[in-house]
Design a protein around this ligand. Structure first.
Ligand code: ADP
Ligand code: MG
Length: 475
């Protein structure tokens, strides 16, 4: 029998605002537990939430970039449930009147284009975090994340397989990072998604019963979880049983999904309008201002890199397809006149390392500052290109500072002509046979001498100087 897969994604994008959705608490990542918690985030009685304007502006940017309806009046609702990391006993979300309505986004699967429709994108607050592995037999609660603004982007059930789901997730990631509304750091949970999967017979008009897999935060896990789930549902149906509508968890160690709880219905959450917050009204002036100030998107960057930085189209495409890489390119170009050099490093060595680890650049240890310093040290001839490769590999593993690595490992390029000349003389004296042969016309041997000097200096000699000195001494 032939089965067709139907997938819909709910993507939670953490908006990069300074403060939380309803309080002045900081949204900074990685602080000591429970240090970024305001009275409002703790849910103390008597405090009142105030909606964060920046979160609305950022949500609207997403709406504009996806040609979506912007609801200039939107409002908040309470979604009630009990959990230790939700101190108020309810989450404030937008159920009835979300800020962003129907829109769409273009995805690329290989070289095939497909449009995925977006049902809505609404604002809501994140919960805190329960920590189960810190205290023996007890659970800790860290409320730093409680109240962090999320934009939940809900797709229509129009995605047909795991590859398309990943392509859709990547397209959303590209858009939100270019719009400067999310840092896109998946390892820190800045983007997570719930994946809804069902299968049906090709000829069936109605959709099958779906299972929802919660909280996936890597491309790899999204793909694997979906593929496992499709196989599982086929097995269930073909054995004569039916798929149960439920919430499942993906176990990345065993590569399987497991039932977590039966699916709640909306009425289980007793949604009702949040009495503490008035509807939010966005004026025409505000909307126009946001429209006029939309940041530069990938296509525009690509054109600019070709015309201003003289890049090849293929280089410009790769660099402009990721916001973080584009930033790195621009930061490093401010340290050198040689934009081609910067492009070569990003498209060559850096991309090769990303491919090897199958990650995006924001999840690597290479920071923009460190990359710019690396380029600066190549340009000012502190290190040779060859040494720079090993420095990059070191950064990749350790995240260490370029200048520290150069200092600690003694990698500074040897420029002093007298030192290079004495090494070259030593090589010439040690290899009379080769010198003889070279002088009798075996030109290819020149490379041998260069190689020997590089070896003697552990790659630290400036190759240009070595060439000049050897020519002088040999010819
Ligand atoms: P909730 O999960 O909160 O109940 P919705 O009913 O809005 O929310 O659906 C959430 C997601 O599930 C949407 O992305 C939608 O496209 C997807 N979805 C709905 N029905 C199906 C189905 N039968 N198969 C696959 N995905 C589905
Ligand atoms: Mg859901």
């Amino acid at each position: 029998m032939s089965w067709e897969t139907v997938i819909g994604l709910e993507i939670h994008v953490q908006l990069s605002t300074e403060s939380k959705l309803f309080s002045g608490g900081s949204t900074g990542f990685g602080a000591e537990p429970n240090t970024h918690v305001d009275l409002i985030d703790m849910g103390l009685p008597g405090v009142l939430p105030v909606a964060n304007k920046d979160a609305f502006y950022k949500a609207i940017r997403f709406g504009l970039a996806t040609n979506a309806e912007i609801n200039q009046t939107s409002s908040f609702d309470r979604k009630n449930y009990f959990y230790p990391d939700l101190p108020k006993g309810y989450q404030i979300t937008q159920m009835g009147m979300p800020i962003v309505g129907k829109g769409s986004i273009k995805i690329m699967v290989g070289d095939q284009e497909k449009i995925i429709n977006i049902t809505r994108a609404h604002l809501e607050e994140d919960a805190g975090k329960s920590i189960h592995d810190l205290f023996e037999g007890e659970t800790g609660v860290d409320l730093n994340r409680a109240g962090t603004p999320l934009l939940e982007i809900v797709s229509e059930p129009e995605i047909s397989n795991a590859k398309e789901a990943v392509a859709y997730f990547k397209a959303v990631k590209q858009l939100v990072t270019f719009l400067d509304i999310c840092d896109g750091i998946m390892a820190q949970g800045s983007m997570r998604c719930d994946v809804n999967v069902s299968i049906k017979k090709t000829e069936d008009k109605e959709l099958g019963t779906r299972a929802e897999i919660k909280n996936l935060n890597s491309f790899k896990f999204i793909e694997k979880a979906i593929n496992f789930e499709i196989e599982r549902q086929i097995r269930v149906i073909e054995s004569g049983e039916s798929v149960v509508q439920e919430t499942r968890l993906y176990d990345n160690v065993k590569n399987e999904t497991r039932s977590m709880r039966s699916k709640e219905e909306a009425n289980d959450y007793r949604y009702f309008p949040c009495p503490d917050l008035l509807p939010v009204v966005i004026t025409d002036e505000e909307l126009n201002e946001i429209k006029e100030n939309l940041p530069e998107l990938p296509g525009q960057k690509e054109k600019r890199y070709i015309s201003e930085a003289n890049l090849e189209e293929s280089e410009a495409k790769i660099i402009s397809s990721s916001k973080t890489m584009a930033n790195m390119f621009e930061d490093a170009c401010s340290k050198t006149d040689d934009s081609k050099l910067v492009a070569n490093w990003l498209v060559g060595d850096v991309s090769a390392l990303l491919n090897k680890d199958n990650i995006d650049i924001e999840d690597s240890k290479l920071t923009s500052i460190n990359f710019a310093t690396l380029i600066e040290r190549i340009s000012d001839k502190t290190i040779s290109g060859k040494i720079a490769k090993s420095v990059l590999e070191d950064i990749w593993e350790s995240g260490n500072d370029v200048d520290n690595i150069i200092k600690e490992k003694g990698l500074v390029q040897i420029q002093d002509e007298s030192i290079l000349e004495s090494i070259a003389n030593k090589i010439i004296n040690d290899n009379p046979g080769q010198v003889e042969a070279y002088r009798c016309g075996k030109d290819k041997l020149f490379g041998f001498f260069v190689g020997q000097v590089m070896k003697e200096t552990q790659g630290k000699a400036n190759p240009q100087s070595v060439n000049e000195i050897l020519r002088k001494l040999l010819n």
